[in-house]
Design a protein around this ligand. Structure first.
Ligand code: 2IT
Length: 450
């Protein structure tokens, strides 16, 4: 490995030892960049890598809210404005009780190259809070969101930083956040958040975009292998917004999600989650109780395996981890490799530990695609939402879907070309890191040192 790359990785690991997720993403991404740094010694001269691993700005804030019984609670809010070289900071907010700086920084760093891959002018950022939305009433969520935005509003804006949703932040939360922003600022800046409701500046297809985009990317991989999506069986983890979008698009294209895993175990539906009724049932089940997917098995009489993940099942063609970070560890990776399944398409942010990812990438019979490319359609359509807002226009669902489709084809193509350029063959993981880096690095270099 390039000595400068190695040094930057070691520095990050020493400085951020208490933030393992951040160290993990830095090590994974930077090790792909070795050949690029070899070719561009000018980047070392201006310490471009030392700069890129340091957020431009990151802050915490106090969020105090009152529960329905009148008790006060205090949470920590975060926003990491990681890199604004190619556009306003852009990235979601995660509300989950395990949120701490290491999670926000890993997500923020992933967002930089992901956003660059969309081909649109958006920088990388992320935020959130250790607030646990589970079991909270609507009124409690509203009060929390209002308090959160009261602390954050002066640091964001359509040309500054544009938050969106992530885990624990969906349409409802974005509505409350947007309402409070508007109340505080007294202006209708409708590009300030994305994932908005359709009645106040949201984009058609945004809720489905991450899942749809993942399937469009998968189609490009299949095309590269002279294969097609028709008749393919898919095992996924997660059945949130993203997993649901995968199920729906797969069904439209003649494929089927036949396994899906939730927090309580996994479901095997040999017929696939392909009907309108089943897709709607998933939505209802999640709204009622996000922690259990067993009701699906009870309703449709299919197998439910409690406490297990579906990694290693043999009667599928494709794996798509779409739940959360570090979902697939070494033990699962070995089962996946032994199952003989060819396609491992990451969807959630950093769903695979570094050792497991290295192991899977070394399997000769497998093709591995990285989440920062595969899930980029979500933030890509967020950027399309910003474009519609600034034009004061609403594009049709067909138009947005068509642009999303083209975006995913392009992301796959530039990733494959970047890997090819550096003699790495069809390495989509390295290719995505290199293609994203090249755009951001060029912008940083041309803008001088800061
Ligand atoms: O991980 C992600 O890319 C997101 N949560 C979406 C971010 C966005 O700004 O739409």
């Amino acid at each position: 490995m390039n000595a400068y790359v190695q040094r930057v990785i070691e520095n990050v690991k020493a400085k951020h030892a208490s933030e393992p997720e951040f160290c993990q993403t830095i090590e994974e991404v930077l090790s792909s960049l070795s050949p690029v740094i070899d070719k561009h010694p000018e980047y070392e001269k201006v310490d471009l890598l030392g700069r890129i691993v340091e957020p431009e700005r990151m802050f915490t804030f106090r969020v105090v809210w009152m529960d329905d019984a009148g008790n006060y609670h205090t949470n920590t809010g975060y926003r990491c404005q990681f890199n604004g070289a190619i556009g306003p900071y852009k990235g979601g907010l995660r509300f989950q009780k395990n949120v701490y700086p290491g999670i926000i920084k890993f997500l923020g760093f992933e967002q930089i190259f992901k956003n660059a891959l969309t081909g649109l002018p958006i920088g990388g950022g992320k935020g959130g809070s250790d607030f646990d939305p589970y079991g909270k009433s609507d009124a409690e969520v509203m009060r929390f969101c209002q308090s959160f935005m009261t602390a954050l509003y002066r640091y964001i804006g359509p040309d500054i930083d544009v938050p969106a949703g992530d885990m624990g932040v969906g349409g409802r939360e974005i509505g409350y956040l947007f309402g409070q922003y508007r109340r505080l600022k007294g202006v209708w800046e409708n590009g300030v958040l994305t994932g908005k409701g359709l009645s106040y500046g949201g984009s058609l297809i945004r809720p489905e975009a991450t899942g749809y985009g993942a399937v469009y990317y998968l189609q490009e991989v299949l095309k590269h292998e002279n294969d097609t999506i028709e008749g393919k069986k898919i095992a996924i983890s997660g059945y949130g917004n993203v997993g649901w979008g995968i199920m729906k698009k797969a069904a439209q294209l003649g494929a089927a999600v036949t396994y899906f895993a939730g927090p309580d175990g996994y479901i095997h539906d040999p017929d696939g989650v392909v009907t309108e009724e089943k897709l709607n049932f998933i939505l209802e089940m999640r709204a009622k109780d996000p922690m259990h997917c067993k009701p699906y098995a009870d309703k449709y009489g299919c197998e439910f395996v409690p406490g297990e993940k579906c990694w290693g099942v043999k009667d599928v063609d494709i794996y798509m981890p779409a739940a959360m970070q570090n979902d697939v560890k070494m033990e699962s990776a070995v089962k996946i490799a032994e199952s003989g399944v060819k396609y491992y398409i990451e969807v959630a942010n950093m769903p695979t530990t570094n050792d497991a990812l290295d192991y899977l990438r070394k399997q000769k019979h497998m093709i591995v695609a990285p989440s920062k490319a595969v899930n980029a359609g979500g933030v890509g359509v967020s950027a399309l939402e910003m474009a519609q807002n600034s034009e004061r226009l609403v594009w049709s669902a067909e138009e947005v879907d068509e642009q999303l489709h083209r975006m995913m084809e392009n992301i796959h193509r530039v990733s494959a070309e970047a890997a090819e350029e550096y003699g790495l063959g069809y390495d989509l993981v390295a290719g995505a890191n290199i293609a994203g880096f090249k755009k951001v690095a060029t912008a940083m270099f041309e803008q001088g040192a800061f």
